[in-house]
Ligand binder design. Structure first.
Ligand SMILES: Cc1ncc(C[n+]2csc(CCOP(=O)(O)OP(=O)(O)O)c2C)c(N)n1
Ligand SMILES: [Mg+2]
Length: 890
């Protein structure tokens, strides 16, 4: 029985060999294209014959570029190795010293240790700088690999030892280095904040797309600049990392290169202990249409792979899982022999002349400069597709006992004397046994071969990276004429602030000076906001133009896609649209071109959904307008709990440089937008804007005299009461709820003899930041005449009670309560929304005219200004239901 099986087996093997030999013959005689065709035909034949072939998007666990296709390495292997070793040492020393000085200050050694070759090949051969006004590459460095990037800048002479010494001590007098890439903190150095995982990858995709957009619109010349995104394998679990990869292939972003450092570990342990992250990612990216280059094995494996005539080695490589790969690193040569090669006698035979040390030294692809060079070279020359490089590395490479490949390695920040000695010797750093314990920084002399080489290399590539340079010129703000119609009011016509906004945008787009700099961005909500007229007016950007006849071609406002289209219609991805906003709003830095993005979205799906990107945008000093549409918890009727936004203004309050406004009237909106363009693009202030617009229609009044300054600062008196009574109240209203305060003003005047003035509050954020600033100044300057906050200034001498009402959480107006001359009662919409009519919602949240009236009367009653009977009667007359549920907790 066994004999028969064996014979059969031999026959099968013979058959396989014959097929393979035939294929090899075709490959040699006619080349790979013919092989592809044959395999395709075989596949089709088998399929038609009913053979179900298992689907796989994977190739074997081998390098994508075979040895024979590798280009010649153009660099000096030895000198580059020495430079890399110095960077490694200084990066490690920076973290070790910082933690000696200040235990617990943190930092990462192991990530850069695993990525050093990936970066050094880039620095020496690929990354393009911007010197001489070149366009340069955009490089998203993996956030916690920052020590390595600082260490290189130290060798380059761009950062001194003092700075390195003050890693994570930014507040010392001489200045330090920030933990991670933060353009805000190091504005001459970092360009892209990446450390919140997933943001780098998605931002880089939209950056590469925006570069093409600028080219297709004729705003920038075509270039061979690349966008490089370096990320961790653990980071690929973030939805933002992989969530937009199909956009990159659909848009044929051959200017985009992802380098995924597959060290198989994340913070706690293995990324995929029970599987292979490289194979998993290969399938995902190939499935999405990317060019995938795997760099799994170093050159030491080449001869073994070449001699693997039966395919047993590849079979073994395919079998192992990442948990095992990690173990090989920790256990060493004898273990590798026994457990990797030992599974099959033929494999053991292949390595019998290798010592255990030889086996241990056999590198992974990501640590082999020639393999990495080959991958990058292929990536930069790839046309029509984005490329991802999946490089297998070792986390904590070179740390030995201190953490190489160990589960604790991510957080390792301290090396003892022996470990430092080991590291020093492993990388040949010329530091004595005596000195090593202090982990001193080491930089060879200026005229040394190392420094000369690395400087020359950077010169050839147009200067140092990362380097943030701002090269834009200021923009002239459109004249007041453009905005005049909005200052005039609508004279009886009812419109919404959304309609006004779209009209302003339309006019800006037509403006000769800045029209082509406007970038309207929508995540599939243009019709919701009545923006569809723009489709035809300026076109929707499409890198392929419009290959079909739109179904509404006969209508005036047809769905027009064009290669030079101006609108970025992103589809349903707020994260993607925000990434486009960032690419556009930072083009003044990246490309020296002022672009003015207007990203219009459903306000609930703004800061709540993409808050971390909004934070990163502020870090990058992004400019532009975020427009929260269908805003206001009670103004958006019918939609309910997941749509009615009553807190985006609370969320935006936390980002210091965002100017946030909740305007009520057309003229307010016009003043704010004009001022925004003026501040961001003419004065070049560091901020971006968030403005909420509503879909409630009402007449827009004409702008009263002298209110522009108040609109911008955040508050002005809009309407003085006609009633001259001594019983005084002040009603603060915002957004569409301002109308409710105006109605309450009338009721208070007519039915209760109360003189209530109405104030329009356009920005509690502005007011509160000003209050904090003035309070602090007074605290630190007790000898000086105390300053007054803007709110104090404009309300000085006002008498009576203050009631605020807005479509947002009460906490906004609470923030200014200490500065008013009378007690403030705040009405707002804290709580979950409901699917209801506007009227019912305003009653439910107690922000309608009757609740504002009743609350005013109660405040006056508390103040002893009216009698209890009057209050109780009012409660009845106004139909206030005291038994209704509390909207805050129901
Ligand atoms: C959004 C987010 N969540 C968590 C972290 C904390 N964090 C920093 S590094 C890290 C592990 C990273 O693993 P990997 O992506 O594989 O990178 P490696 O260090 O292995 O190169 C984590 C969880 C973070 N920076 N951002
Ligand atoms: Mg990792």
């Amino acid at each position: 029985m066994d004999e028969i099986k064996k014979e059969n087996q031999e026959e099968l093997e013979l058959e396989t060999r014959e097929w393979l030999e035939s294929l090899e013959y075709v490959l040699q005689s006619q080349g790979p294209e013919r092989v592809k065709q044959l395999l395709h035909d075989l596949d089709t034949y088998a399929h038609e014959a009913g053979v179900e072939l298992p689907f796989t998007a994977n190739t074997p666990y081998l390098n994508t570029i075979p040895k024979e296709d590798e280009p010649k390495f153009p660099g000096g292997r030895e000198i580059e190795r020495r430079i890399k070793s110095l960077v490694r040492w200084n990066a490690m020393a920076m973290v070790v010293r910082a933690n000696k000085l200040d235990p617990g200050i943190g930092g990462h050694i192991s990530t850069y240790a695993s990525a050093a070759t990936l970066y050094e090949i880039g620095f020496n051969h690929f990354f393009k700088g911007k010197d001489g006004n070149a366009q340069g590459d955009q490089i998203y460095f993996q956030g916690h690999a920052a020590p390595g990037i600082y260490a290189r800048a130290y060798l380059e002479g761009r950062l001194d030892a003092d700075k390195l010494h003050n890693f994570r001590h930014e507040l010392v007098k001489s200045g330090g280095l920030s933990s991670y890439p933060h353009p805000r903190l190091m504005p001459d150095f970092w360009e892209f904040p990446t450390v919140s995982m997933g943001l780098g990858p998605i931002m880089s995709i939209y950056q590469a797309r925006f570069n093409k957009y600028l080219e297709n619109r004729g705003l920038k010349t075509e270039s061979d600049s690349k966008v490089w995104a370096f990320l961790g394998d653990g980071e690929t679990d973030e939805p933002e990392t992989l969530g937009a990869i199909s956009l990159a292939s659909r848009e044929k972003l051959d200017n985009l290169i992802f380098v995924i450092n597959c060290n198989l570990q994340r913070l706690d342990g293995p990324v995929r202990g029970n599987a292979k992250i490289i194979q998993e990612l290969e399938a995902q990216f190939r499935g999405a249409g990317w060019n995938v280059i795997k760099v799994v094995w170093g050159s030491d494996w080449d001869s073994l792979i070449e001699n693997d005539k039966t395919g047993i080695l590849v079979k073994r490589m395919n079998e192992i899982i990442d948990g095992e790969s990690q173990k090989y690193i920790v256990e060493g040569g004898a273990y590798i022999r026994e457990h990797f090669f030992g599974k099959y006698p033929e494999l053991l035979e292949m390595v019998k002349h290798y010592t255990d040390e030889d086996l241990e030294r056999m590198k992974r692809g990501g640590h082999d400069p020639e393999k990495v060079y080959a991958a990058y070279k292929k990536a930069v020359n790839t046309k029509g597709k984005p490329t991802v490089i999946l490089a297998k590395t070792v986390k904590g490479y070179g740390l030995g006992e201190a953490g190489e490949g160990k589960n604790i390695t991510h957080s390792q920040k301290k090396l003892n004397e022996d470990e430092l000695k080991h590291f020093r010797s492993r990388f040949g750093i010329p530091i004595s046994d005596e000195d090593v314990v202090n982990a001193p920084f080491y930089r060879p002399k200026e005229d040394s071969m190392e420094i000369t080489y690395l400087k020359k290399k950077r010169q050839e590539l147009n200067g140092y990276v990362p380097k943030r340079v701002v090269r834009n010129q200021k923009i002239k703000t459109p004249s007041q004429d453009l905005f005049k119609e909005f200052y005039a009011g609508t004279e009886g016509r009812s419109v919404s602030t959304t309609m006004v906004y779209v009209r302003i945008l339309t006019k800006l787009l037509k403006n000769k000076e800045i029209g082509n700099r406007i970038v309207p961005i929508v995540p599939d909500e243009a019709r919701t906001f009545g923006m569809e007229a723009l489709f035809r007016q300026v076109g929707i950007y499409s890198s392929t133009g419009q290959l079909y006849e739109p179904v509404d071609r006969d209508s005036l406002l047809y769905y027009k896609e064009a290669k030079n289209g101006q609108i970025l219609e992103e589809g349903i991805t707020e994260a993607g649209a925000m990434s486009s906003f960032i690419a556009a709003g930072t083009a003044y830095i990246t490309h020296g071109i002022n672009m003015i993005p207007f990203f219009t979205f459903y306000s609930m799906f703004g800061f709540q959904r993409i808050g971390d990107l909004a934070w990163a945008a502020a870090d990058m000093q992004c400019k532009g307008f975020l427009i929260g549409g269908t805003a206001g918890r009670t103004t958006l009727a019918g939609e309910g709990l997941q749509h009615q936004d009553g807190h985006s203004h609370v969320l935006v309050h936390s980002i210091p440089t965002v100017k946030a406004y909740d305007p009520a009237f057309a003229y307010e909106l016009a003043v704010i937008i004009r001022d925004g363009i003026y501040r961001m693009y003419e004065l070049q202030e560091d901020c971006y804007y968030y403005i909420t617009v509503m879909n409630e229609n009402y007449e827009m009044p004409a702008m009263p005299e002298g209110v522009k300054d108040g609109i911008i600062k955040g508050m002005y008196k809009y309407k003085v009461s006609k009633n001259k009574s001594k019983i005084k109240a002040h009603l603060l209203g915002s957004g569409s709820i301002l109308n409710e305060t105006l109605k309450a003003q009338e009721i208070l005047d007519k039915d209760y003899g109360v003189s209530a003035d109405v104030w329009s509050v356009t920005s509690y954020k502005n007011l509160h930041y000003d209050v904090l600033d003035v309070d602090r100044w007074n605290r630190f300057n007790p000898d000086q005449e105390p300053k007054k906050s803007y709110v104090e200034e404009i309300t000085e001498g006002e008498e009576g009670v203050f009631i605020s009402a807005s479509d947002y959480s009460q906490i906004l107006s609470d923030s200014i309560s200490s500065c008013l001359p009378g007690k403030l009662t705040t009405l707002g919409t804290l709580g979950f929304g409901r699917s209801e009519s506007r009227e019912a919602l305003r009653d439910f949240f107690e922000v309608d005219a009757k609740h504002i009236t009743y609350t005013t009367l109660y405040a006056l009653y508390e103040d002893g200004k009216i009698k209890k009977e009057t209050l109780k009667k009012a409660m009845k007359d106004l139909n206030i239901d005291s038994q209704k549920p509390n909207p805050v907790n129901s």
